[in-house]
Design a protein around this ligand. Structure first.
Ligand SMILES: [Zn+2]
Length: 232
């Protein structure tokens, strides 16, 4: 089924079932985190999300639901972690693990094993916790500034490296610095990714450009009440 058809089917299903609730379910907030630090800020945000009825899911699960597969929790949220920092393992993963919530790691491959980055063992533990691994290139260049050969290497090489290291398939891509243009998006599509996330602010919707999914940026200092307001 093509993307447009999937949207039509999803819209029809909603119209028949529960229009009021259905409309909200298809728009999903995707949160963007970088370094999480060691303060209790992140744990407070997650506790507030849980109290408000949110449940974390992976982008893959959202994708399946958008294509007419298994449904989502009533209030789904995707927590993405960019680049691959140690605090994402030490702070974020511990907090999420306690709830059985998955995260999404947008891994910059050359950060693996680097100072301040994640070790291979830590990434394997994230995967066993249910985390999804998405590609954030090999070396984090601005893809609108690199030549064609480098562009292809960053897109396909990162996918291959993650498959080789961890035995998982990466279906989603995250643009470094949120920078992209039509040529970069076309290359992401040709490299076999299903969708891509950006730094554009908003809720992700199956009706939008799947190679420019918006996200909502959050830092450990963001107050829980402010975070909840951003999700509306
Ligand atoms: Zn990044």
């Amino acid at each position: 089924m093509r993307w447009a058809e999937a949207c039509v089917v999803a819209a029809l299903a909603c119209a028949c079932a529960a229009p009021a609730a259905g409309a909200a379910v298809h728009e999903v907030p995707i949160l963007t985190y970088h370094r999480v630090g060691s303060s209790p800020g992140f744990a407070r945000q997650v506790a507030a999300l849980e109290r408000r009825g949110y449940r974390a899911v992976t982008l893959g699960r959202v994708w399946q639901a958008w294509r007419g597969g298994a449904g989502l929790p009533r209030r789904p949220v995707v927590l993405t972690f960019d680049d691959g920092y140690l605090s994402q393992y030490r702070t974020a993963a511990r907090t999420l693990r306690a709830r059985g919530w998955p995260g999404v790691l947008n891994l910059q491959v050359d950060r693996l094993g680097a100072a301040g980055g994640l070790t291979r063992a830590q990434v394997r533990r994230l995967i066993s916790d249910g985390w999804e691994l998405d590609s954030h290139t090999l070396t984090h260049p601005d893809l609108t500034e690199v030549g064609r050969e480098r562009l292809v290497r960053e897109l396909i090489g990162s996918r291959e490296a993650i498959a080789r290291e961890f035995g998982v398939t990466t279906n989603f891509f995250c643009f470094p610095y949120g920078h992209y243009d039509a040529a970069v998006k076309a290359a992401v599509r040709r490299a076999g990714y299903l969708a891509a996330t950006t730094t554009r602010r908003g809720l992700a919707s199956p009706d939008g450009d799947r190679f420019a999914l918006p996200r909502i940026s959050v830092s450990a200092r963001t107050k829980p009440a402010a975070l909840l307001r951003r999700l509306r």
